[in-house]
Design a protein around this ligand. Structure first.
Ligand code: B12
Ligand code: SF4
Length: 521
């Protein structure tokens, strides 16, 4: 009897582990974005899936950006429904479906996805995560019955705790638990609630390890305009892959909302260089990826860690191209850091200048960046690495903007003559000093109470502009303004903006011509 029961237990255990191996516990859905390019694999969901898989839970990512292409946009709703129906029917035991919201603009699409999931199987727990629900979790839970739970902040650890609530633990360490998170996960897994990532430490970056890209359809992320990308090494670009080397940022600019997701300035963390190197190697040697977007908020904020990492890449057998997407912090750049990044493969980078006006840049935004430092860094790039395509990120239309401050911005952009300037319109995000100021001083041109349900950048509304490459230019142009400065009218601002956009347009062929000369020697 004992023998039979042991045998039966073993069979049952094998069956259940086979079930666990075959069946998915969860799905992470990525809604279609607003613009088709640049298209890259979704790093947030990938990090969450890796972390959960390492702890014994199996899951998949369904990214609609690789399922709906421009020519299919008319069938968008049918395609989304069909994929969700198929997955839920194929995985009847899966109880958790998470939706990733990287940009506020996709929130309406995320709600529709949640509706469809609930319609197919009301017992599935629908969870939202990402910057938009992080900021607006209270309003979303109060107004959207199709959303069961919201994760505020970094999702790896909270997601695994939710999986453990639903399926039980699986004999693996499940990671660090924050104070608020622990009390939330002690309750009923079905309860509607908000789950907070650890508040003071955020995700333990050493526990993240190397992101697992298995099952990712890399050719599906081939951006439609990839042939026109700056590619001085002439490498084959299947697609760009995201790589993150640090989380959060030690600074606190008045317009920046990133601390809501990745933690306060004190939680700035670098990943271990060996993990990043290993991830790059896997992507390069196993998947043929040559082009990487470094998506850190402040990739060069810690000199020692940055030099360690980029020197390790340069000294390895990797030959890759790195584009620094979010803008490098100029105050923490020096020749040594620039050389290390260039040696590692940096071919394109943005310099985060924000304003040519010293008062706005330093007193208002909080950049602590002298103009001489901007020129010094610019000159060094021109002298030592002229093949690197430099962009300069400016923000126009902050509350303190005046004709004089815009003159300063325009003059600086003209002075940095081999840099491609990008002029973004100021957008106040909830939770930032800029937002509070706009509310207090009544500067908003939008309904502040609607910010939770739609993208506050005008012109990004899903119904206003169809999603096509043809319309990308229209959608990208900062056509409308979300706040009115104290001392300028919107009409005046628009005229000045048009002048800056003209400057940008005339700069492009110049910059490209110069890069060509630098690359050809
Ligand atoms: C890379 C990036 C891009 C890439 C695209 C990335 C992609 N996958 O497609 C590109 C260059 C295309 C891009 C474009 C834009 N971007 Co962008 N981008 C980023 C950036 C720098 C990094 C994103 C990232 O990978 N982070 C790293 C991962 C690990 O973090 P994460 O995605 O937040 O995920 C974590 C948590 O949020 C959470 N989580 C996320 N999803 C889920 C889901 C569940 C279920 C759970 C439990 C948890 C969870 O857990 C994850 C792991 O910890 C962020 C800034 C930032 N640091 O986040 C801005 C950011 C997302 N971008 C922003 C904006 C505004 C834009 C643009 C609209 C800019 C413009 N005016 O053109 C465009 C629009 C894009 C489009 N085509 O529609 C804003 C969004 C603000 C907002 N509220 O909407 C951000 C936050 C920057 C900022 N502070 O202003 N961007
Ligand atoms: S340096 Fe960049 S990431 Fe850091 S607070 Fe400023 S804008 Fe945000």
């Amino acid at each position: 009897m004992t023998h039979r029961s042991t045998h039966a237990d073993a069979v049952a255990a094998r069956a259940s582990s086979a079930l666990a191996a075959e069946h998915n516990d969860f799905l992470l859905v990525v809604p279609l974005r607003l613009l088709p390019t640049p298209l890259i694999p979704p790093l947030g969901p990938l990090c969450i899936r890796s972390f959960a898989q390492a702890r014994g839970y199996k899951g998949e990512i369904m990214d609609f950006n690789t399922k709906v292409y421009e020519q299919d946009i008319h069938a968008y709703h049918d395609i989304v429904r069909a994929h969700l129906v198929d997955w839920i029917h194929a995985n009847p035991q899966a109880r958790l479906i998470g939706i990733n919201i990287l940009f506020s603009g996709v929130f309406p699409r995320a709600l529709e996805i949640a509706d469809i999931v609930k319609e197919i199987n009301p017992d599935v727990i629908v969870v939202m995560g990402g910057i938009h629900p992080t900021i607006h979790h209270k309003e979303i839970l109060a107004n959207c019955p199709q959303i069961d739970q919201i994760v505020v902040g970094e999702g790896e650890s909270p997601w695994v705790h939710m999986l453990a609530d639903v399926y039980g633990t699986r004999d693996h360490p499940i990671g660090m638990v924050g104070e608020k998170e622990r009390s939330a996960t002690d309750s009923n897994p079905l309860a509607r609630r908000t789950i907070f990532a650890p508040v003071t430490t955020r995700q333990n970056i050493h526990e993240l390890g190397v992101t697992d890209y298995s099952g990712i359809d890399f050719p599906g992320y081939h951006s439609p305009d990839i042939a026109n990308w700056y590619n001085p090494k002439g490498q084959e670009i299947i697609c760009a892959a995201p790589i993150i080397t640090s989380r959060s940022c030690p600074f606190k600019c008045n317009f920046c909302s990133i601390h809501a997701v990745h933690g306060a300035p004190t939680t700035f963390r670098y990943r271990p260089a060996r993990d990043v190197l290993e991830e790059l190697k896997q992507l390069h040697f196993e998947h043929g990826i040559n082009y990487f977007f470094v998506v850190d908020d402040c990739a060069n904020c810690g000199k020692k860690s940055a030099i360690e990492l980029y020197s390790a890449i340069a000294n390895s057998d990797l030959d890759i191209s790195l584009e620094f997407q979010s803008g490098l912090r100029i105050s923490t750049l020096d020749d040594e850091v620039i050389d290390a990044m260039a040696a590692a493969g940096m071919i394109r980078a943005g310099l985060a200048i924000e304003s040519g006006n010293d008062h706005i840049r330093n007193e208002i935004v909080g950049k602590a960046l002298k103009k001489e430092k901007i020129y010094e860094v610019y000159e060094y790039f021109q002298k030592a690495h002229p093949h690197i395509w430099l962009l300069a990120f400016f923000i126009i239309g902050l509350p303190e903007e005046t004709h004089r401050s815009l003159d300063d911005t325009e003059n600086l952009a003209r002075d940095l003559e081999w840099v491609y300037p990008v002029f973004n319109t100021a957008v106040p995000h909830v939770g930032t000093r800029l937002w509070d100021q706009c509310v207090t001083d009544d500067l908003l041109l939008i309904q502040q109470h609607e910010a939770w349900r739609e993208c506050i950048m005008h012109g990004w509304g899903l119904n206003e502009e169809p999603w096509t490459m043809k319309n990308a230019g229209v959608v990208l142009s900062p056509e409308s303004f979300v706040l009115e400065p104290y001392a300028m009218t919107i009409e005046e601002l628009r005229v000045r903006r048009d002048r800056l956009v003209a400057l940008q347009a005339e700069r492009l062929p110049k910059v490209k011509g110069r890069l060509l000369v630098a690359v050809l020697g």
